[in-house]
Design a protein around this ligand. Structure first.
Ligand SMILES: NC(=O)c1ccc[n+]([C@@H]2O[C@H](COP(=O)([O-])OP(=O)(O)OC[C@H]3O[C@@H](n4cnc5c(N)ncnc54)[C@H](OP(=O)(O)O)[C@@H]3O)[C@@H](O)[C@H]2O)c1
Length: 242
């Protein structure tokens, strides 16, 4: 699919990766960009169509789908990371991560699938994470939600293949946004991440591994769990020491 002339909708477009997606979409010639946010007044990009949208609220998701019937490219970007562990952390926080990072994206895909079919098939981009594939103490609720979102992405891809909708999973290590502010390490620039994802869509890719960290993590998946965890401990220590 061509980004040029697409009609795109981006969730969480007021800051971080979502704002970079909206900006790069405009710069790459998208015909229309719906920039959505929980607080639409915080969207500051000229040239976009602003819509209110909370992806955890089914009525809000339905209203967005009704307001944007011409969408051909859905960017499921909005997400949260609450820094919650599974055994000792708040179960409400664990549920909120799943509600946002998995059910939020799934609800958007369900609500927008008919429009994508009407508009030629189009594409869905789910912004996942390398953390889809590894646990990390202090953020295991996030790992759970991104692993669930990865499985959801794989299932939705199979279910929407017949209507010609490309479903692209985007994995990354760290990007330079508010979410990763606590990590004083090298991070991918938001506009580079957006470009890698949009290049993947144009190439018809089911998966985009946007940085070396995500490529390295995926390459370790065949390891036994003990070896995998030890390799991840070493990689995280090296990352922090760099
Ligand atoms: N930054 C990283 O290092 C990194 C790494 C891997 C994956 N990711 C993923 O990349 C995506 C974007 O993250 P980011 O780094 O840009 O994070 P961010 O700077 O914290 O921005 C998160 C965005 O999501 C929005 N959002 C949160 N909950 C929402 C909801 N219920 N409905 C609608 N919007 C909601 C936020 O809106 P408000 O302004 O209203 O809060 C904000 O626009 C997320 O899915 C994240 O998991 C990020």
């Amino acid at each position: 699919m061509d980004i040029n002339n697409s009609v795109a909708l981006v969730t969480g477009a007021n800051r971080g990766l979502g704002r970079a997606f909206a900006q790069r979409l405009l710069e790459r010639g998208a015909r229309k960009v719906y920039a959505t946010a929980r607080r639409p007044e915080t969207v500051d990009l000229p040239g976009v169509e602003v819509l209110p949208l909370d992806i955890t609220d089914p009525a809000s998701v339905r209203a967005a789908a009704e307001a944007a019937p011409d969408v051909s490219l859905l960017i499921n970007n909005a997400g949260i990371s609450t820094g919650t562990d599974l055994v000792t952390g708040s179960l409400d926080a664990v549920r909120l991560e799943l509600e946002t990072n998995m059910f939020g994206h799934l609800g958007m895909s369900r609500e927008f699938a008919p429009a994508l079919a009407r508009n030629g098939g189009g594409a869905i981009v789910n912004v996942l994470s390398a953390v889809s594939w590894f646990g990390i103490k202090g953020a295991n609720a996030y790992h759970l939600s991104k692993a669930a979102a990865w499985a959801m992405t794989n299932g939705v891809r199979l279910e929407l293949a017949e209507q010609g909708t490309l479903v692209t999973a985007v994995h990354l290590g760290l990007a330079d946004t508010d979410m990763a502010a606590g990590w004083p390490v090298d991070k991918i620039a938001p506009s580079d991440l957006a470009d890698a994802a949009l290049d993947g869509v144009e190439a018809g890719s089911a998966e985009v591994l946007a940085d070396q960290w995500s490529r390295d993590v995926k390459s370790r998946l065949p390891l036994a769990p003990e070896e995998f965890n030890a390799a991840m401990d070493r990689a995280l220590a090296a990352l922090m020491a760099a």
